[in-house]
Design a protein around this ligand. Sequence first.
Ligand SMILES: Cc1cc2nc3c(=O)[nH]c(=O)nc-3n(C[C@H](O)[C@H](O)[C@H](O)COP(=O)(O)OP(=O)(O)OC[C@H]3O[C@@H](n4cnc5c(N)ncnc54)[C@H](O)[C@@H]3O)c2cc1C
Length: 234
Amino acid sequence: MAEPTQPARILSVTDLTTHVRQLVLLPQEQRIVFQPGQWVSLKLPVGPKPPLNRAYSMAAPATDSGELTLVFDQVAGGLGSGYLYRAKAGDELLLSGPYGNFGLPATPDRDLLFISRYTGLVPVRCMLKQLYATRPAVSALLIAVAPAEDELLFHQELLTLAVTHPGFRYLPLVAASGEQQGVDLALSMLRPLIDGAEKVTPLLCGTKAFVRPLRAYFVSAGYDRKDVKTETYD
Ligand SMILES: Cc1cc2nc3c(=O)[nH]c(=O)nc-3n(C[C@H](O)[C@H](O)[C@H](O)COP(=O)(O)OP(=O)(O)OC[C@H]3O[C@@H](n4cnc5c(N)ncnc54)[C@H](O)[C@@H]3O)c2cc1C
């Protein structure tokens, strides 16, 4: 059955960095019950054939009040993100959902290894918040690649999580020249951790140019393709 489309009111607009913004939305007709890693589809009144459908992952776990937290970067010339950048508190957006299968394993029997680039961190942050609120002893490593030091998302929060939860390790990396540099840097960190070591559960998120070479690396290192969980944005 198709998910119903409904209006959601923008409760707040917050700049997280120069190029990344957070919207908190409240669906107006029906509560959206979701798992961390899932996304909603926004139907935006722009483009040659509106609505323009654009997916945005929830950045924070579900709350009792039913709010949805979305975080997105301003893509140069991007129609969807450009529209969202002009939206103000009090405006309404049409959306449906939740959708998606990118999520935490039901019973984590291996350590978790999250690797994200830029706003690819959004669903991962949602998962980490839920994970450490419910299972504080879980072992996880996050490799988070950003295009600039001041574009490292949720950086203080993740540093704090690493200090307060000994099972969580956080490795922020800066790759200013794009996805390929991000892949190269992530691989240089990964190889000594993965080659010949006990298997982990990789969860990768970002654009295809970032995610696909990393998935290929895990497969070449002996992982089943289905055991490498991915979400791609483009
Ligand atoms: C399942 C899913 C979840 C998503 N969750 C998020 C999210 O939480 N936050 C978020 O910022 N975006 C997310 N996206 C991407 C989002 O749906 C839009 O594609 C993005 O905002 C660009 O749309 P646009 O119309 O502005 O740009 P378009 O005109 O569609 O241009 C997209 C082009 O910009 C490049 N690009 C640069 N940055 C991005 C980016 N972040 N996402 C996609 N393409 C990019 C791509 O290479 C692509 O060719 C998600 C996409 C999917 C499929």
